[in-house]
Design a protein around this ligand. Structure first.
Ligand code: ADP
Ligand code: MG
Length: 230
């Protein structure tokens, strides 16, 4: 592999006001094209790790560089812009806006980024079709199944063509069938070149999607395994 990693976390420590460090001198490099699954028991710092990469939180020590940007040093405005342009995020409970249609949810990141509306409409239509949810374009998310809602959330996350897709327990609220849908989708996206970091308890998700799996224990990487083939 050549060049700089897409994610470069160097000796990152994160301590909250009380308690021991959540992350303790963690160093992690992720190359473009990887699908990294982050495993670990509840409370082991998985969401904290993702939030640091997304610039939603700051390390107590160490550095976080993503796509050449020192994420830990951005102002709030620059951090919001970084997330809009380079990062897509997917959460366990979808975080869709139920007052908006599926289409308007997917268009939102493009509008915030100032993408011309004809281009945004074309991109949204392409994504909704690609993710198999174009029949629901005019529906409100509350009418959709969990798996469909998560696909809408993925479409929204991909709207601005982020270099990095972050997912925090994306199958955590789904039944088996919907979970399988989302696993397939993430696998397909990674096969098409999308770099993904996903946090999960779902071993099936890690096994089916990840090219590499790390396990967090006591604020450090206890295990780091690359899949030979999928
Ligand atoms: P995981 O996602 O692996 O379940 P988290 O990253 O959410 O773990 O949390 C790791 C630890 O950090 C937990 O002990 C949690 O209580 C603590 N924690 C997370 N966020 C905060 C916060 N904002 N303030 C104080 N403690 C926090
Ligand atoms: Mg979590």
């Amino acid at each position: 592999m050549t060049g700089n990693p897409l994610i470069d976390m160097h000796e990152v420590t994160k301590t909250y006001d009380t308690g021991p460090p959540v992350l303790a001198g963690l160093t992690l490099r992720v190359e473009a094209g990887e699908a990294l699954a982050v495993l670990g028991p509840s409370g082991s710092g998985k969401s904290t790790l993702l939030n640091l990469i997304a610039g939603l939180d700051r390390p107590s020590a160490g550095s976080v560089t993503v796509d050449g940007v020192r994420v830990d040093e951005l102002t709030e405005t620059a951090s919001a812009k970084y997330r809009r342009s380079r990062v897509g995020m997917v959460f366990q409970f979808f975080n869709l806006l139920d007052d908006l249609t599926v289409l308007d949810n997917v268009l939102l990141p493009a509008q915030l980024a100032g993408m011309p509306s004809t281009e945004a409409a074309a991109r949204a239509a392409e994504l909704l079709a690609h993710l198999g949810i174009d029949r629901h374009t005019r529906a409100h998310p509350g009418r959709l199944s969990g798996g469909e809602r998560q696909r809408v959330a993925v479409a929204r996350a991909l709207m601005n063509r982020p270099r990095l897709l972050l997912a925090d327990e994306p199958t955590g609220a789904l039944d088996n069938v919907s979970g399988e849908d989302v696993r397939d989708l993430l696998r397909r996206l990674n096969a098409d070149g999308q770099t993904i970091v996903l946090v999960t308890h779902d071993l099936a998700l890690a096994e089916s999607c990840a090219t590499r799996t790390i396990e967090l224990v006591d604020g450090r990487i206890a295990r780091d395994v690359r899949a030979v083939a999928r």
